[in-house]
Design a binder for this molecule. Structure first.
Ligand code: GRF
Length: 207
């Protein structure tokens, strides 16, 4: 059985993952719809891609809120109003904090992190960290978002050989190519099954 997943994407920056997901929906590699882009950055590159694809954009101005929990409650309100099944963070640069949001969307919020977690957990420049550490292998992790930053149950990991990389940028580029391919497959997996959480493990069950 395949379901149509109603997806929200949260992005703050360049938006290459967002664009890859929009393309994957268009090519029917994802059985779902991107119902909304939510961003905290009015200049996010993702906005342009969303406009081109007629995807609604909701911009959260964090300055309007006295605390971050209230901003997250606004995000929850938006997710509820768009009838969202799955929330995918794609370069969203803020930490989600509101308990109300986690309670309502438990194990329905996912993130992509450009390292093999728990290596470089919590880093906003994990590719540079891996390059400067002299790692020969790094990679990507797609995981559920919990209040433990980059510490939620792992859905998918992929190693990337970075031994030939000559710069942090080269490393990031090599990992990013794999991110685009992996994220769409993981998101589509939600249309054909679900993840059971057993301790720290996410176990995929079809159907
Ligand atoms: C990606 O490397 C992603 O893994 C990380 O932030 C970056 C976002 O890139 N969380 P983009 O905005 O999707 O191009």
């Amino acid at each position: 059985m395949t379901r149509t997943v109603n997806i929200a994407i949260l992005a703050s920056g360049r938006g290459s993952n967002f664009k890859a997901l929009v393309d994957a929906v268009r090519n029917k590699e994802i059985h779902g719809e991107i119902a909304v882009l939510i961003t905290d950055n009015p200049h996010a590159g993702a906005i342009e891609y969303a406009n081109a694809a007629n995807i609604p954009v909701e911009t959260i101005d964090f300055k309007e809120f006295t605390n971050r929990e209230d901003a997250d409650k606004k995000i929850k309100y938006l997710l509820d109003s768009y009838g969202i099944d799955l929330v995918a963070l794609a370069g969203y640069m803020r930490i989600l904090r509101a308990k109300e949001l986690f309670d309502a969307y438990r194990y329905r919020i996912i993130n992509i992190h450009p390292s093999l977690l728990p290596a470089f957990k919590g880093s906003t420049h994990a590719q540079k960290d891996a390059f400067e550490y002299g790692c020969k292998i790094s990679g990507l992790t797609i995981h559920f978002v919990t209040d433990d930053v980059d510490g939620g149950p792992i859905i998918y990991q992929q190693a990337v050989d970075i031994s030939g990389c000559e710069s942090a940028e080269d490393t990031a580029e090599r990992i990013l190519r794999e991110e685009h391919n992996a994220y769409k497959k993981v998101i589509d997996s939600f249309s054909k099954g679900r993840y059971l959480i057993e301790g720290k493990k996410a176990v995929y069950v079809r159907g």
